[in-house]
Design a protein around this ligand. Structure first.
Ligand code: RB5
Length: 146
């Protein structure tokens, strides 16, 4: 991918602190990051944050999305309702690598309550430095839509 990579990031209250820490990491990695909220640590509904990020990635305004909630699952389930979005839940570095290599995920979802910030940093680093393997994985991706 050429040029500065544009990333849309959001979290609910289950991922609020992690999201803020990851923004610092992403800035240090020289990504172009936009924070889609939540901006305060109060209870909110994860679809209100997953939909805008998924829409922005689907429209091509951003290259990738990062979504954090308590388990990562609410965000992933919501984002995957959008055609063209492949949101993968990653809970360790190997899975972070494989959701790009095999699934060409364009959104990475993280479980804010089940991994440390340090682990999350390592997971996203692995995700961004891995490429899509194509070939048989491309064939499989082309069979996802129903
Ligand atoms: C919020 O309590 C929690 O349900 C949410 O962060 C997430 O885990 C949903 O999938």
């Amino acid at each position: 991918m050429e040029g500065i990579i544009r990333i849309a990031i959001a979290a609910d209250h289950g991922g609020f602190d992690m999201k803020n820490e990851l923004i610092k990491t992403l800035n240090r990695m020289r990504f172009d990051v936009k924070d889609f909220g939540t901006k305060e640590n109060e209870s909110v509904d994860y679809p209100d944050y997953a939909h805008p990020v998924a829409t922005a990635v689907k429209n091509g305004e951003f290259d990738y999305g990062i979504l954090v909630c308590g388990t990562g699952n609410g965000m992933a389930i919501t984002a995957n309702k959008h055609e063209g979005i492949r949101a993968g839940l990653a809970w360790n570095e190997d899975v972070g690598k494989l959701i790009k290599e095999h699934n060409n995920a364009n959104i990475i979802c993280l479980p804010g309550r089940f991994v440390t910030v340090e682990m999350a940093r390592n997971i996203i680093k692995k995700f961004f430095k891995t490429g899509f393997a194509g070939d048989r994985h491309e064939r499989r991706i082309n069979k996802i839509n129903c």
